[in-house]
Design a protein around this ligand. Structure first.
Ligand code: MG
Length: 269
């Protein structure tokens, strides 16, 4: 199943995204009357209503998640830890981005005046399906995953280095582009390519099979600390190849089975 969130007649809706026979582009085919909360792929069981189909590419998309929190994993790929000169962490390194940093597909990332270096970080995002608290080694994490999306963990790298903790560097408004859809038809355990392009040029080309901490380890670890709620978002870390972008650039995070998250960059006015 794939779904998005979008604006229609001035209000926000969740919509089912499908390939319709006879068309070669994805379309929003049904309004979902509540945020999807299970991951068994049973589209028929979702409360929904008919709508005039809209090509996904023409929809006014919103971030496809409404998380109570955005939990991010730092340094979850060996080669990325190395490129920033860091040791491999012994346990998952966590930080938050505030929900106020969310940005829809196509939204403009604003570089704050107080930073001179802002970097893209393309990542796989995990969307939580149901409340999850203190999972143990014997708990299967898959039933707690609703689906996956693209995340750009945009970062003021100079402020991250200067501050010693990351709230400011990671937390500016517009610093968390997410989307375009949430999809459940991919298997990060088997390996999913995560690619980032700047102005069309490939800068990051990673694969989730290179995670230092698997999704099992990450979700269990977070759940030992805090209760995860339906719709919460986990950003699973970025592969090597991070780098700066400036006003006028555009960043695209692409993940097979989800699609492409594209956002232009501008300076904060
Ligand atoms: Mg990151």
């Amino acid at each position: 199943m794939k779904y998005c969130r979008f604006q229609l007649n001035g209000s926000a809706h969740y919509g089912l995204v499908e390939f319709v026979a006879g068309s070669n582009e994805e379309e929003i085919t049904r309004l979902l009357l509540q945020p999807p909360q299970h991951s068994d792929g049973d589209v028929e069981g979702l409360p929904s209503r008919r709508m005039d189909r809209i090509p996904l590419a023409q929809a006014s998309l919103l971030p496809p998640v409404e998380p109570t929190k955005i939990v991010c994993v730092g340094r979850n790929y060996r080669e990325h830890a190395a490129e920033l000169g860091h040791e491999i962490p012994q346990e998952p390194l966590l930080f938050f981005k505030p929900p106020s940093s969310l940005l829809p597909p196509g939204g403009i990332i604003l570089r704050p005046k107080v930073s001179e270096r802002t970097d893209y970080e393309g990542e796989l995002g995990v969307v939580i399906a149901r409340r999850c608290h203190q999972l143990t080694e014997s708990d299967d994490v898959r039933p707690y995953i609703l689906g996956y999306t693209c995340v750009n963990d945009f970062t003021a790298r100079d402020l991250q280095n200067k501050d010693g903790q990351w709230t400011r560097a990671k937390g500016f408004d517009t610093f968390c582009p997410v989307g375009p859809v949430v999809a459940d038809g991919l298997d990060p355990w088997a390996g999913v390519p995560v690619e980032t392009r700047v102005n069309g040029e490939v800068r990051q080309s990673g694969n989730t099979r290179d995670f230092i901490f698997s999704l099992d380890a990450v979700i269990r670890y977070i759940s030992q600390i805090m209760t995860l709620e339906p719709g919460d978002l986990i950003a699973t870390g970025t592969p090597k190849g991070v780098g700066p972008v400036v006003a006028g650039d555009a960043v695209e995070v692409s993940i097979e089975g989800i699609g492409q998250l594209r956002n232009p960059i501008a300076n904060q006015p």
